[in-house]
Ligand binder design. Structure first.
Ligand SMILES: *Cc1c(COP(=O)(O)O)cnc(C)c1O
Length: 369
């Protein structure tokens, strides 16, 4: 749908099979663009008329974005940096910009949709005289159970409560430079399709009280690191949204993690195996400064199970007890063995503290067949 020209330009300099990257330096990030393309095509098909934007903060790697571009309606960005990045690689792509604490440059930038986070932001925008097409970000006071992160459903710095929204609507009534298109909501992450649909129904009920015809329901579709095969039910979600949508309404979603997480692997090698006070540890090249995900989410990063063995805790090279990639994994490992962590395509490399300890950076590989 977008970036059709960019797609044919470059995919990867040298097509690689799934084994050839092993000849190069490790640790390595390996992104399977074939798998990513198939995944986003399935999602696109399940969504029918619902617009799909990719939340760039999940992984801004241009190769991944190029694979996604033909299947998405636009990109959602959360900073001036992400905005410049998308503009550079996809000059014609529709862009929605959101996020709390926008600078003037971010607030007055030229985007397809601006997600207003507060009455204060809107006042600055109106005072500037810039024109803009806006959605008002709402934080509804509704119970959100079972979410891994909650951006709404109570007092948080994200979006506005209905009183804040009402203030914005009143501010917008007397002018025409800033055009109100509807409502944006990104209330939680980690919810399955039935619960996402419950939230969607609540957001739509609210949006209709404002007469909104454009509703962005956010991202946050569940991803299970404990059970990588337990996937978000896009078919049920697409059907549910089709049933909720009324004629004349535009629905949009902006997932990040659930699009790109599965296509990435972090591959490394065991440097040392040791037993300390009875516990077995494998120290691998790299660590959480390359893939911070298990440290931030407090989980064990899933990995490809090879030969079964005594439970072993896999740690990185950092001088901190927090550098744990996976605990007590029943896998046989010896120095020199490969370890392949999966689900490393989102919130992995780009959220990691690369410069801590100044270890060598990973190499990056893109599988195109
Ligand atoms: C982070 C974020 C997303 C994407 O969330 P995922 O959990 O990666 O799907 C979408 N919209 C907003 C406003 C966000 O902050």
């Amino acid at each position: 749908m977008i970036g059709e020209n960019a797609v044919t330009a470059t995919v990867a300099a040298q097509p690689q099979t799934s084994e050839s990257f092993l000849a190069g330096p490790l640790p390595a990030y390996v992104y399977d663009l074939v798998e990513l393309g198939a995944h986003v095509r399935d999602i696109r098909a399940a969504l029918g008329d619902v617009e799909l934007y990719y939340a760039v903060k999940a992984n801004p790697d241009p190769e991944l974005m190029r694979t996604l571009a033909p299947h998405v309606d636009g990109f959602e960005v959360a900073s001036g940096g992400e905005l410049a990045h998308v503009r550079e690689h996809f000059p014609h792509a529709p862009i929605a910009l959101g996020g709390p604490g926008k600078t003037d440059a971010e607030l007055f930038g030229d985007v397809t949709r601006l997600h207003v986070e507060s009455p204060g932001e809107l006042r600055r925008l109106l005072a500037s005289g810039h024109s803009a097409d806006v959605l008002l970000r709402v934080n509804l006071d509704i119970p959100i159970e079972g979410a891994s992160l909650a951006m709404g459903g109570g007092a948080t710095p994200f979006g506005m409560d209905p009183a804040g929204i009402a203030e914005c609507v009143a501010l917008l009534e007397t002018q025409s430079a800033v055009r109100l298109h509807g409502v944006h909501a990104h209330l939680a992450s980690g919810l399955d399709a039935p619960r996402m649909l419950e939230l969607a129904a609540a957001v739509l009920d609210y949006a209709r009280t404002l007469g909104a015809t454009e509703i962005n329901l956010g991202g946050g579709m569940a991803v299970s690191y404990a059970d990588p095969d337990d996937r978000f039910d896009w078919a049920a979600y697409g059907k549910g949204l089709a049933a909720l949508r009324r004629p004349g309404e535009t629905l949009r979603i902006e997932p990040g993690r659930s699009l790109t997480v599965y296509c990435g692997r972090y591959v490394t090698r065991v440097i040392d195996v040791k037993r300390v006070h009875g516990e077995l540890f494998a120290v691998v090249a790299g660590g959480t400064h390359h893939i911070r995900t298990p440290a931030t989410k407090g989980h064990d990063q899933p990995l490809v199970m090879t030969k079964a063995g005594e439970p072993i805790t896999i740690v990185g090279q950092l001088c901190t007890p927090k550098d744990i990639l996976a605990r007590r994994v029943p896998i046989a490992l010896k120095p020199g063995d490969l370890v392949e962590f999966t689900m490393a395509g989102a919130y992995a490399w780009n959220i990691s503290h690369h410069d801590f300890l100044m270890h060598q950076k990973p190499s990056f590989h893109y599988l195109t067949r």
